[in-house]
Design a protein around this ligand. Structure first.
Ligand SMILES: Cc1cc2nc3c(=O)[nH]c(=O)nc-3n(C[C@H](O)[C@H](O)[C@H](O)COP(=O)(O)OP(=O)(O)OC[C@H]3O[C@@H](n4cnc5c(N)ncnc54)[C@H](O)[C@@H]3O)c2cc1C
Length: 415
């Protein structure tokens, strides 16, 4: 079957990979060059440990407190925007214990399935992408952080995700080559990490060798349809591409693109920053998340990447120096010996996480447009969930039974 995939981020490329593997003829179009974007500069963590959706009880009061701190990890730019208001309303409604209880096993299964697929991909792809299975440590430095992380570890073990509480001295023993100051941590040994740009380059190279067609600098601007079926894609350059099956995986841009089709798939852009230190003087070997500051730290080859913040700011690429300072200043509290460059001298990478209101991705066939399959809204877990999403998309297009129950992931669940 001929399949057009719109969007060359990790979700689009993984979809293309499994579609091509299943024997479909794949064309991937992207408004960029398949070289940059949210899927390239992220923290590269593969996180079965992250089974609690962003929308959960307690997050609203915490978020409100953070809103009033210039360097906090979360911010919503106040503005009159109907889509933002609707998104916040759905977010609020998702923050109930019942919804979270339903979502957790689904996110766990998606993550664990995806991690398994990454193992297979590291054998199947010709270029290495630095996949390492060293786990992830949630580090804390305060009594409050400790209480929250220990509660998280108990919940994880109840759900079958192995979590081990580590003392400050046990952490020092684990990271012998790095000076690490923390009150303690929780080790999730089932997590992995990789270099996202290497993974993206490896999958592009593999797809090209397998005969997939790439259309860089091709922006989708409109749809032509007849009787609920898309017949052509319109591009900014004035082309009309005749289509059979279409997969939309356009990340934070998806909601706007779907507007003419009258499909509601609420997505807000969760802007985040990352900074990569090239060959730093000290480098931890195990990825960590600084619990109180929500900063992720990942060793990547000889380099070290750290990143954080989530700003709902309406797709603005502007860098907020106060929030960047918040990210940078958290590092020495845990790793005091790592030499940090002056903020003025660092390259700050900006990415937009495509956030759904309930913290669950959208994966499924549209109920309104017969040949359209939707994949998006993976928020802070797009890298982790790329392979399993790609496999599910190939199953949907191939009319096979999906390997994961898709009921809670229906793309048109908001009407
Ligand atoms: C600071 C930070 C750290 C992160 N760390 C992690 C992590 O450790 N682990 C993890 O799992 N996730 C992480 N994430 C989240 C992850 O990066 C995202 O969830 C993921 O990249 C989203 O992938 P995507 O393919 O849906 O979207 P994108 O990567 O944004 O891809 C969408 C593509 O669609 C294209 N497009 C848009 N509109 C059009 C159009 N009209 N026509 C053609 N093409 C179009 C865009 O050019 C883009 O290339 C992090 C994100 C940030 C910001």
């Amino acid at each position: 079957m001929k399949v057009h995939v719109i969007g060359g981020g990790v979700i689009g490329l993984c979809s293309a990979y499994y579609l091509s593997k299943a024997g479909h003829e794949v064309t991937i179009l992207d408004k960029g060059d398949f070289e940059a974007g949210c899927s390239f500069g992220n923290a590269g963590m593969i996180v079965p440990s992250h089974f609690v959706p962003l929308a959960s009880p307690g997050v609203i009061s915490k978020g409100l407190r953070w809103m009033f701190s210039a360097s906090s990890p979360f911010y919503i730019k106040p503005r009159l925007d109907l889509q933002l208001a609707q998104w916040l309303w759905h977010f609020y409604r998702a923050c109930t214990p019942k919804k979270v209880r339903e979502a957790m096993p689904v996110i766990r299964d998606l993550n664990q399935g995806s991690r398994q697929l990454y193992q297979e991909l590291s054998d199947e792809l010709e270029i290495s992408f630095d996949l390492e299975n060293k786990g992830l440590i949630m580090l804390f430095r305060t009594a409050k952080g400790e209480k929250e992380e220990i509660a998280g570890a108990e919940m994880a073990n109840d759900l079958g995700v192995k979590a081990e509480v580590l003392s400050s001295s046990a952490l020092k023993e684990l990271e012998k080559g790095t000076h690490l100051e923390a009150r303690g941590g929780v080790m999730y040994e089932g997590d992995s990490h990789l270099s996202p740009h290497l993974f993206m380059n490896a999958i592009v190279a593999h797809l090209k060798a397998a005969g997939a067609k790439f259309m860089p600098r091709t922006m989708l601007t409109g749809w032509e349809s007849q009787k609920g079926t898309i017949t052509h894609l319109q591009t900014e350059a004035g082309e009309r591409l005749k289509v059979n099956q279409v997969v939309l995986a356009a990340g934070s841009w998806s909601q706007k693109i779907l507007k003419p089709l009258k499909i509601q798939m609420p997505i807000q852009d969760g802007k985040g920053y990352s900074i990569t230190l090239s060959e730093p003087n000290e480098r931890p070997t195990i990825p960590s998340i600084l619990s109180e500051d929500k900063v992720a730290i990942t060793p990547m080859g000889k380099d070290l990447r750290f990143g954080g913040t989530l700003e709902l700011g309406g797709m603005s690429r502007a860098v907020n120096p106060k929030r960047v300072r918040g990210v940078i200043s958290s590092l020495p509290q845990y790793y005091p010996n790592i030499n940090l460059p002056n903020q003025r001298d660092v390259d700050i990478w900006v990415g937009f996480r495509p956030c759904s209101p309930d913290g669950l991705p959208y994966i499924g066939r549209s109920s309104q447009v017969s040949n359209l399959v939707l994949a998006g809204g993976h928020a802070m877990m797009g890298m982790s969930l790329g392979p399993i999403t790609g496999q599910l998309i190939a199953e949907i297009i191939g009319e096979q039974d999906p390997s994961v129950n898709l009921e809670l992931l229906q793309p048109e669940r908001y009407g």
